[in-house]
Design a protein around this ligand. Sequence first.
Ligand code: ADP
Length: 537
Amino acid sequence: MSFHTPCCGLQGSVTVFKSIDVCMHLYAPDGSYLNQPYAHDPHYLLEKDHLLASAVICPRSVPEVQEIVKLSNQFQIPLWPISIGRNSGYGGAAPRLRGSVVVDLGRHMNRILEVNVEGAYALVEPGVTFKNLHDYLVQHNLRDKLWIDVPDLGGGSVMGNCLERGVGYTPYGDHWMMHCGMEVVLPNGELLRTGMGAMPQPRNPGDKPVRLDEEPGNKCWQLFPYGFGPYNDGLFSQGSVGIVTKMGIWLMPNPGGYQAYLITFPKEEDLHKAVDIIRPLRLNVPTIRHILLDAAVMGKKSDYTSSNEPIDDAGLDAIARKLNLGRWNFYGALYGPEKTRNMLWGIIKEAFSAVEGARFFFPEDIQEYCVLHTRHQTLQGIPTFDELKWLNWVPNGAHLFFSPISKISGDDAMLQYSVTKKRCLEAGLDFIGTFCVGMREMHHIVCIIFDRKDPASRQKAHWLIKTLIADCAAHGWGEYRTHLALMDQIAETYNWNSNVLMRFNETVKNALDPKGILAPGKNGIWPSSYPRQLYKL
Ligand code: ADP
């Protein structure tokens, strides 16, 4: 395996673990989306060296991962596994516990082990990005058979995004729902296969013996997720009791036709009607984006205003006019042969025409580059990198996501929007957000953009997200995922029946990982070896 300490560039083997100290890492570059640091969060909200790794270790195989875990138990070294480590807006590759060793699985373990056309699935290692998987389909002339689902940015790993329960925008947008079967290194170093993977695939008498992790999986491992007995996969999602080394993901059979579209709504309060119209129509994962999210993809704040204050209503209307967009912009797609699409489009148009001033566009209706052109790619599973342009909204732009879940209802959407917008304005920041409509709920994603080089700006962002968590909890809205610095606070809001969920999680954690070596503090779960009172933020 390869190994380096983040600031000293030392090379060595895993046996030098003992001598590693926490290096100060203040001068490490923040890099960029495609060239991210591995020992700190480039979008640091706290001091740059607060959530800092002591070393990064890059195993080349499953047995090496097992060896790392065993040694970590022996020397009680906390590990923080990552797949690609971009995790933008949620902490990057940085560990929750300062001084942990980042296990960079994706650097060397990045094979697409199988793409099965008949079963419409792939089996991947940690380092396979959405772009890699898409390129594979293109290179093997498989795009006419299979599509993948991609999130807004194509450079993250299929595995990391899925484990964090990230979303994309096609009918396969709930990535966790679409995973099927995993291979996991447990905290004691043993190797587990979940679901049907627990049943060995019979071997022929003449077959040569192979390493455990290289044994072909059961033929139904990627076809049926549950196997027999309790369904354990959830323990490894946003969890800290296993390092996932293989994962199956279902791919979308090519729907036989496709059409992206945009519907613009002129007024702020149109959000209410639009959301109520979407609920019965929901077909893929449409998004209703606030005008400033699209404005930020198309330019910097200084391109629209000379003021540093949040942009007011008149300013927002002027931007909407300039970009030929609405105050809310609804991006979706139709899937299927032309006849089906025409029928669906008729229904959708009729429904949304109830919103006065709604306008309807296909990508080919707009000449100059616009967000619809990017969504046209994303909604058919083609990875893009454009979305992060909104980071340039302010100088030294860094970001955090605040992501509460809500009902798909106009009342809830308006209330959540007004609660979050009010606090953004109080913090002196623009509201930039989007509602992603899921199967039965919406992920409301508020993008908090701040200047990472300016401590006052970071403090404002920190105050804002902490306040939003508390405000939303008071309404019964919880977050689906969060940045490292907020994990403790959010875990505390899921406290029904005297925190029984946390007590359950801690019992599982302490039983499976008695030394607490794996991702201590992840999602607010602290093992008994790292008492919460001492470590929580
Ligand atoms: P991305 O690939 O989107 O950049 P990361 O690799 O940073 O995402 O993964 C996001 C988070 O998911 C990590 O911080 C870690 O907590 C968890 N994670 C990622 N990969 C694994 C893995 N293979 N095993 C266990 N946990 C993982």
